[in-house]
Design a protein around this ligand. Structure first.
Ligand code: HPA
Ligand code: ZN
Length: 347
């Protein structure tokens, strides 16, 4: 089957098919308009005069140049209502893209370091996620992510501060992640805290092989025992590692527009996701920080499809991979995979 020639038709087709978003940072969904609203609400000033100036500042040269802005923007998030509004705004867009399940990263240390209690963050995000589940049947989970530019001690303290909330959020808090500046912050730095998370029964994911070398992907697998790799695009620099990822079907949550905006790839046409997918890797498409990188989930699908000439079947495989790679119970996965197959058949 050939793909629709026009992007609006392609989007329409993609929208109807069930898919999961597995790599999105909730702080990275903060659109400049909401950033200004929240700054006003909280009596804070921003280093930009207006929304357009913020957008103009979104010219990144690498991961760090983005992170500097991303942490500055997140400084407007103060109250439970702020976190609720942030998550609800993203959920509405995700629903419009045909997302049926989301596993969402959040960075508590970005907020606790400003004196925002971790329970405020959990409560605000949870009320929005529960509302989306109830009202729209959009299910979700939270991945508490540790900032890798900080120490392992601080990660451990964050985990300990969050654990008393586990029972209250057991329907949502499914696992942990590792994000922020990758260079010189190898996965092995977080060996003990990830071991503890494993013992506690949390799912584990980590960013690796975005800017860092393939060796960091190996460390994430062997030392942190992660079940998915976020990004992982540099894995292909080590053919033996790539073979292992394929053999074990370890998912790579790839974010094409993020990679383009942060200079991980120079041109989308050069992205290795199609080559890895065609070699049998479990690739999923995701949006990472959509407010900063100029695209939500469907934008990533359409951009990748056009630049890499993905086929109809390859796009369906990417959506099926997103469902398979999720941490949903097996029964939910097979229900959604059946739904995907049925809708593809109808199209
Ligand atoms: N990489 C690392 N840390 C991040 C990212 C990313 O793409 N987005 C938000 N935090
Ligand atoms: Zn990310």
């Amino acid at each position: 089957m050939t793909l629709p020639a026009h992007d609006t038709d392609l989007r329409h087709w993609l929208r109807k098919l069930p898919k999961a978003e597995l790599h999105v940072h909730i702080e990275g969904t903060l659109e400049p308009e909401l950033m200004f609203d929240l700054a006003r609400r909280n009596g804070l000033s921003l280093p930009w005069p207006d929304v357009q100036a913020v957008r103009n500042a979104y010219r990144f040269t690498d991961l760090q140049s983005f992170l500097d802005l991303y942490y500055a923007g997140a400084g407007v998030l103060c109250t439970e209502q702020d976190f609720h509004d942030l998550a609800m705004a993203w959920l509405q867009r995700a629903r419009a893209d045909g997302v049926v399940h989301a596993e969402i990263m959040f960075d508590p240390q970005t907020h606790t370091s400003r004196g925002i209690p971790i329970k405020v963050v959990f409560a605000g995000l949870a009320s929005a996620l529960r509302q989306a589940r109830q009202d729209w049947g959009l299910s979700s989970g939270l991945l508490l992510s540790f900032l890798r530019h900080l120490s392992e001690r601080e990660a451990m303290d964050t985990l300990e501060a969050a654990l008393p909330l586990r029972e209250a959020y057991q329907d949502l808090w499914i696992g942990v992640g590792l994000d922020s500046a990758e260079r010189d912050n190898p996965p092995e730095k977080f060996a003990r805290v990830f071991t503890r998370c494993g013992e506690l029964g949390f799912h584990r994911v980590a960013h690796a092989g975005e800017e860092g070398p393939a060796g960091y992907v190996r460390q994430a697998l062997e030392i942190l025992n992660v079940e998915r790799i976020d990004h992982g695009v540099r894995s292909s620099e080590d053919p033996e590692l790539l073979q292992e990822l394929i053999h074990r079907q370890i998912p790579l949550t790839v974010c094409p527009l993020s990679n383009l905006k942060l200079g991980v790839v120079e041109r989308l046409e050069d992205h290795n996701l199609a080559r890895m997918l065609r070699a049998g890797a479990c690739i999923t498409l995701n949006s990472d920080d959509p407010a900063y990188f100029g695209g939500y989930l469907l934008d990533n699908y359409v951009a990748a499809a056009r630049a890499l000439e993905l086929s109809h079947d390859e796009l369906v495989t990417l959506m099926a991979n997103s469902l398979r790679a999720s941490f949903l119970p097996a029964a939910d996965k097979s229900r959604l995979l059946d739904q995907l197959a049925a809708r593809v058949g109808q199209a």
